[in-house]
Design a protein around this ligand. Structure first.
Ligand code: CA
Length: 728
């Protein structure tokens, strides 16, 4: 009698295993008693002592992204397996760090949606869609991403791409209050995570590339009432300044910057220091990038590219340290900051660790804002170091392109470029190893002043020659540029200011890092993996095929004593959106957006990816004049490349126009100028792009498509070509 019964069990098990059935779901523990997220200010201050939860963006107020958990450690990490996954309904870049409270997980996705999941099973508790109009995506420089939510006293807070701050009921996902934090006549976006500080929600915004005036706001977390706002750049000096310090800041500007915003967006780092009761904000670049068009007679342009300390109760200015005076390379200082107490020169110092885009690792005294040390954490050529007397970078000759008449093209790109040596992908710091784990990019950029520039509120306003910045099509030059582009995870010793070890990656734009007391560092990669390394040596101990690029910061938590590591997967963000061919440096990955959660001996598996189907390129013949193609290139690079990719090569997130059926159809003009695809996010460019411009852009894209077809036919170039190169 027993044998047939066992046989059925065996068949069922085989079927379940073949289907990749999630066994942890089968023996699901009870869902969290309530997704109440009843987190007080005191609990966030005390987050260090709640290692099972992940209560705020960087786990604790110090934002070290270090977890004391060690159930999963360097000895057993090889046993890590997928516990569960949750598929998302958006297919753009995923950058959020989830929050975990008592077995419930809360996170945001592309288009500012919010999800609450059971952190043990991955089952959905609720979801919320703020219904961001798709046209607003055209106001986002860097994809329609969102980096996270905040939780406090039963509420979940989300900043939306279109500038709203919304409080949701943590139990149901229903909105409690909503505030518009921006003037919608300017092209502001919110992509950063709100932070809760002393009963207030602190939120910034982005948009310096379009021409906005940066600020950070504090709202009463209970009622949504605006408590204070700190502007990072002065407004029109003929009107009263909102804060006294702005009168001083205005002395560092020239021209009529307030008409074009001035930039200084606080788009990511907002860190609270409960020890000193200070709030540190990371301020972004000036807008436009080119100093000549922003502050034509010079000036430091405070508080762009600065770390600024404020009083959290009032928003009052306390101190600042400007990392780049008169920036013109998009060297935001918005990148995440870590607070630590580190023994230096025989005494314990309260420091702020910062690895902004410009490539220097700064150790700053967070009581005074004084610079303690600064050293490049990767290859840079725009500066030779930081002058410790002035705290200013020592710029190299090639750097300040606005003052160079004829910038040499290609031969000397400025490194790093606007992608930054380190961008928003969070770094982590382990007090056990004393190391900071930084996702590093090594990507140069050709900056050149344009012949002329007109500010347009409706367009990207870099104030640079975007044709000169584009990828050259000479195969040898292109190859040398592609070869020069790198990515790595650098373990950096902030006391010695030197690299302890590094993991080389094929390309840039890898993921944020998480360090744990299990002597582990976790990082996702642009090549589509999620990996663990020994925190002390950098030895790889585990790697998982995530099927998509993983950029977000991972977290770890426990439920009923079992430790999980979770990360939001989904390729996107500014790099694949704008970088064209360069964005394939780590291979062609697709966007497969999911929350992934791992544990020891997890047995779930991802469904296999359907094979990648290379689309067929069959463009109309290229018959336009060289002049028309050149005109089209200039218009394309200024108005189209920000979404459809550099020199008409899409990184795969948005349509590649070389393949567009509309190239041979009058529909082209309806799409470009009349907003025929507005509901899909392709806004009308009727104001910026004339009928002739649109025709020229079409001629350019057709030319590029034919060039691509020809390139594919050409035999691969190699040593023979080198031999045949004429010698002068
Ligand atoms: Ca920027």
């Amino acid at each position: 009698m027993r044998k047939p019964y066992l046989g059925i069990v065996a068949v069922v098990l085989v079927v379940l295993i073949l289907q990749g059935f999630n066994l942890s779901t089968a023996r699901e523990t009870k869902p969290p008693a309530s997704a109440s997220a009843n987190v007080s200010d005191a609990q966030i201050v005390d987050a260090e002592n709640q290692p099972g939860n992940w209560l705020t963006y960087g786990r604790t107020y110090s934002e070290q992204r270090f977890s004391p958990l060690q159930v999963i450690n360097d000895k057993n990490a090889g046993r890590l397996g997928l516990a569960w996954y949750f598929d998302l309904d958006t297919h753009r870049g995923q950058e959020a760090t989830p929050i975990v409270v008592d077995g419930a997980m809360y996170f945001s996705t592309a288009w500012s949606k919010v999800f609450a999941l059971n952190a043990v099973t991955g089952s959905r508790l609720w979801s919320y869609d703020p219904k961001v109009p798709r046209q607003w995506g055209a106001n986002a420089c860097c994809d329609v991403v969102n980096r996270g939510v905040a939780v406090w006293r039963g509420k979940i807070y989300i900043g939306t791409l279109d500038g709203r701050l919304i409080a949701l009921d943590a139990a149901t996902g229903r909105p409690i209050w909503q505030r518009l934090t921006i003037d919608p006549h300017w092209r502001y976006t919110i992509t950063g995570a709100p932070r809760i500080v002393k009963g207030k929600v602190i939120i910034g915004n982005g948009g310096a590339e379009f021409g906005v005036r940066g600020y950070v706001s504090a709202y009463d977390a209970q009622t949504g009432k605006l408590v204070w706002r700190f502007y990072t750049v002065p407004g029109d000096p003929s009107k009263p300044f909102e804060q006294p310090i702005l009168a001083q800041a205005a002395q560092t500007w020239t021209g009529t910057w307030w008409k074009i915003g001035g930039g200084g967006a606080v788009w990511d780092a907002i860190v609270y220091d409960p020890e000193l009761d200070l709030l540190y904000i990371g301020v972004g670049n000036g807008g436009p990038w080119n100093e000549k068009y922003r502050s034509p007679k010079g000036g430091e342009n405070l508080f762009t590219c600065s770390v600024v300390a404020l009083k959290p109760d009032t928003g009052e200015y306390v101190w600042h340290y400007q990392e780049n005076a008169a920036d013109e390379w998009d060297f935001d200082s918005s990148e995440q900051m870590i607070l630590a107490n580190i023994p230096m020169e025989g005494k314990q110092r309260k420091v702020l660790l910062h690895a902004p885009k410009n490539g220097f690792f700064y150790v700053i005294d967070r009581e005074s804002g004084a610079l303690i040390s600064a050293k490049p954490y990767t290859f840079i050529n725009w500066a030779s170091g930081v002058d410790m007397k002035t705290g200013r970078p020592m710029e190299s000759d090639i750097a300040r392109y606005s003052r160079v008449d004829s910038q040499p093209i290609v031969s000397s790109p400025i490194v790093p470029g606007p992608l930054g040596a380190h961008s928003w992908q969070p770094m982590s710091y382990s007090p056990l190893t004393g190391l900071t784990y930084i996702p590093v990019n090594e990507v140069g950029f050709n900056f050149k002043s344009p012949k002329d520039f007109g500010f347009k509120n409706s367009a990207l306003n870099f104030g640079i020659d975007m044709v000169a910045a584009g990828m050259p099509q000479d195969p040898k030059i292109k190859k040398s540029i592609l070869d020069s582009i790198k990515g790595k995870m650098v373990a950096w010793d902030p006391v010695q200011q030197k690299q302890a070890w590094a993991v080389e990656r094929p390309g840039p734009w890898n993921g944020g890092t998480l360090a744990t007391a299990g002597n582990l560092v976790f990082e996702g990669t642009a090549a589509g993996r999620f990996e663990a390394y020994r925190a002390d040596t950098g030895e790889k101990v585990w790697s998982f095929d995530a099927q998509t690029g993983v950029m977000a910061g991972p977290v770890t938590y426990t439920v009923n004593g079992e430790q999980y590591v979770a990360v939001l997967a989904g390729w996107g963000g500014v790099f694949p959106l704008v970088a064209g061919e360069v964005s394939f440096k780590s291979g062609r990955v697709r966007n497969v957006s999911r929350m992934l959660a791992f544990k020891l001996d997890g047995r779930a598996s991802l469904p296999p990816l359907p094979p990648f189907e290379e689309p067929v390129l069959n463009p109309p013949a290229s018959t336009a004049s060289v002049a028309a193609i050149h005109r089209g290139e200039a218009v394309y690079q200024r108005f189209c490349s920000g979404c459809h990719g550099d020199v008409a090569v899409s990184g795969g997130l948005l349509p590649d126009l070389r393949y567009s059926a509309a190239l041979a159809d009058p529909q082209w003009f309806k799409i470009v100028r009349d907003g025929a695809y507005q509901s899909l996010g392709m806004v009308s460019f009727g104001k910026e792009v004339s009928q002739q411009d649109a025709a020229d852009v079409r001629a350019y894209v057709i030319f590029r498509a034919n060039q691509t077809v020809d390139e594919a036919k050409r035999p691969a170039t190699g040593a023979t070509e080198d031999v045949q190169e004429p010698k002068n």
